[in-house]
Write a protein that binds this ligand. Structure first.
Ligand code: NDP
Length: 282
């Protein structure tokens, strides 16, 4: 009975990754003899690390920067979402097979539904950013039945490439807009605004994406993927206008919740996980 089931995260740098705190709290709350290991792995060692994951029978794994795309050749199968997004942040075991999933966008979506009480079906959304988080969020919003998506990004190439891929793979109504100068003005037709850039991320906590909310609908929901700090300048501004907001902690907690459920097959203790994360981050 001393042998534990193993899960963990591979990345570099990974020391500051808070997911283990959430997962360990959840395992303890359910009395499971499971462990979550936070493991530093250099890019050139990823293949050997994945061999180790197989050899040691890990039940589940998270991948973070810079391994989310590089891990794909070391897996046996991808979920539809991971394939659409082109990146994997969670691996589950099916017998001897390792299956790649992506729970970042699903975590965002679950937070949108459960924390903000919003269903994206039929909505008109503006997404700032075209990196990994934006890819995952855009894909899940489209799969959830969004009416229209506008991707706004600083570098044109990256933004256009994301939009082309989304249109090709999903057939959804998605368009690209280069970030306007001096700022992006949000009009009353927008129902959902999501910051998936890294602007505002610690230590640059005074930075804010160049966006004007004065003309926004009173019913808009303003979301930030940045979770450190939880209250970003963007969310502070939105609240000052009396607008509904959703912070990046929600997405972080729910991607962990989904990972826990995929690995253990049990309902995750969401409140325990969120409390553990909040305690760690304050
Ligand atoms: P990437 O490096 O893949 O993408 C970064 C994005 O931010 C790009 O679109 C980039 O634009 C844009 N950007 C960076 N600096 C600026 C700037 N000064 N002005 C305008 N745009 C800028 O990062 P990720 O997608 O992985 O992460 C993005 C954010 O999401 C991070 O803050 C991360 O912490 C957060 N995140 C949160 C998660 C959660 O669970 N809450 C999960 C995953 C990520 P360009 O293409 O022009 O360079």
């Amino acid at each position: 009975m001393y042998q534990a089931e193993l899960t963990g995260v591979l990345g570099t740098p990974v020391a500051e990754n808070p997911t283990g705190v959430m997962q360990e709290a959840a395992f303890a709350a359910l009395g499971l003899n499971w462990r979550y290991l936070t493991i530093e792995v250099q890019p050139e060692d990823l293949g050997k690390a994945m061999d180790g994951v197989r050899a040691m029978g890990f039940q589940g794994l998270n991948l973070t920067i810079p391994h989310k795309v590089a891990v794909i050749p070391f897996l046996d199968k991808l979920s539809r979402e991971a394939e659409l997004i082109g990146a994997v942040n969670t691996v589950r075991r099916e017998g001897k097979l390792l299956i790649g999933e992506n729970t970042d966008g699903r975590g965002f979506l679950r937070g949108l539904r459960e924390d903000a009480g919003v269903d994206p079906r039929g909505l008109n959304a503006v997404l700032m950013g075209a990196g990994g988080a934006a890819r995952a969020i855009a894909t899940e919003l489209i799969l959830a039945g969004l009416e229209q998506l506008t991707v706004v990004n600083r570098s044109v190439d990256r933004g256009q490439k994301l939009v082309e891929e989304l249109v090709e793979k999903t057939g959804a109504r998605v368009r690209f807009v280069e970030w306007p100068s001096p700022c992006l003005e949000i009009g009353p037709e927008v129902n959902l605004l999501v910051n998936a850039t890294s602007v505002g991320l610690y230590p640059n906590v005074e930075a804010m994406p160049a966006v004007e909310l004065r003309g926004a609908s009173k019913d808009i929901v303003v979301c930030d993927a940045v979770f450190n700090p939880a209250e970003t300048m963007l969310l502070r501004l939105a609240r000052a206008y009396g607008l509904k907001t959703l912070d990046g902690l929600s997405m972080l907690v729910f991607q962990g919740v989904i990972g826990f459920e995929i690995w253990t097959g049990k309902a995750a203790p969401e409140k325990v996980m969120k409390a553990a994360l909040l305690k760690e981050m304050t």
